[in-house]
Design a protein around this ligand. Structure first.
Ligand SMILES: Cc1ncc(C[n+]2csc(CCOP(=O)(O)OP(=O)(O)O)c2C)c(N)n1
Ligand code: SF4
Length: 290
């Protein structure tokens, strides 16, 4: 019987394509990973690694910083400069790291709970500063690591361990929040549309300033099971395929058709002075002041 890797190679050979080699980016000694079967985090990681590869960035020039959560375990598995920090505090560490070593391309991996609940204040202020950081919010609508409590993106009426009869709280829209707080690149992708996601993450890397990508992801173990999705695939199809439309598709749809749909793609792009450049200007002016 052939192994999964051999099967991938056989399919690629048929399509006359060279399969993408993830191995230079993975710390093999840290495997197996902790993610459950069907979890979207691994799919997102693949899109992310392909985007890093396409950007031509040297692995030593990339730093990946996370908080705590299933998503935040990502830096443990990849061969970049990595920091696994405190719950909700990835952005404070990332800010310090970027200021101390501006040469580094700093990526922040954070869950919806990590970024928008305990880390909500830090999220707002990181967006406000426009420091050159790429923030990837793995948004699976729930706290995965701690067994499925409601997060700020749990839709109203959906079941969680802290909302056994359906969540009552209104949700945050990560993209609207990021844009209102001042992020200069805001986009949404999904684990289902993984090729599109790779391009979005690539564009986020290329942007100078704070870039935020809200990534609709799937936690079949808690969110999926509590809310009676038949399988991880069913969950991805209902939430991420049927629940979203691309910015391009949206142009042809009426407001009625767009109701209850989330937009995918680049939602906001603006030019504004980057934080480090402004900071360095101040330092230079103070140093040359007589
Ligand atoms: C100060 C602090 N409070 C609470 C926790 C417990 N905790 C660990 S991960 C987590 C939630 C993670 O959810 P999310 O960020 O959405 O990531 P996911 O696990 O879904 O990928 C919580 C509450 C902690 N580690 N530290
Ligand atoms: S608990 Fe949920 S988020 Fe965590 S690894 Fe399992 S499926 Fe993924």
């Amino acid at each position: 019987m052939s192994t999964p890797a051999e099967e991938v190679k056989a399919i690629a050979k048929k399509k006359k394509k060279v399969p993408f080699d993830y191995s230079p980016y993975i710390r093999g000694g840290k495997l197996p990973h902790i993610w459950c079967p069907g979890c979207g985090h691994g799919i997102v990681l693949k899109s992310l690694l392909r985007a890093v590869h396409a950007s031509g960035l040297n692995q030593d020039d990339v730093a990946m910083v996370s908080g705590i959560g299933c998503s935040s375990r990502t830096p443990g598995y990849v061969d970049f400069n990595t920091l696994h920090t405190l719950h909700g505090r990835a952005l404070t560490f990332a800010t310090g790291l970027k200021l101390a070593n501006p040469r580094l391309k700093v990526l922040v991996i954070t869950g919806d709970g990590d970024a928008l609940a305990i880390g909500g204040n830090h999220f707002i202020h990181a967006c406000r500063r426009n420091l050159d950081l790429t923030i990837l919010v793995y948004n699976n609508n729930i706290y995965g690591m701690t067994s499925g409590q409601s997060s700020p993106t749990t839709p109203q009426g959906k079941i969680s361990t802290t909302g056994r009869h359906g969540s009552v709280d209104p949700v945050f829209d990560t993209c609207k929040l990021a844009q209102a707080a001042g992020a200069t690149f805001v986009a949404r992708g999904t684990a289902y549309h993984f090729q599109e996601l790779e391009k979005i993450i690539f564009d986020a890397f290329m942007h100078k300033g704070t870039s935020v990508v809200d990534i609709l992801d799937a936690c079949p173990t808690y969110y999926g099971r509590f809310n009676k999705y038949a399988s991880a695939t069913d969950m991805m199809e209902q939430i991420e395929k049927d629940g979203t439309v691309s910015v391009k598709q949206a142009e042809k749809l009426s407001p009625e058709e767009l109701q209850d749909k989330l937009l995918r793609g680049i939602l906001h792009k603006a030019e504004r002075p980057e934080y480090l450049e402004e900071y360095n200007k101040l330092v230079t002016s103070l140093q040359t002041k007589k």
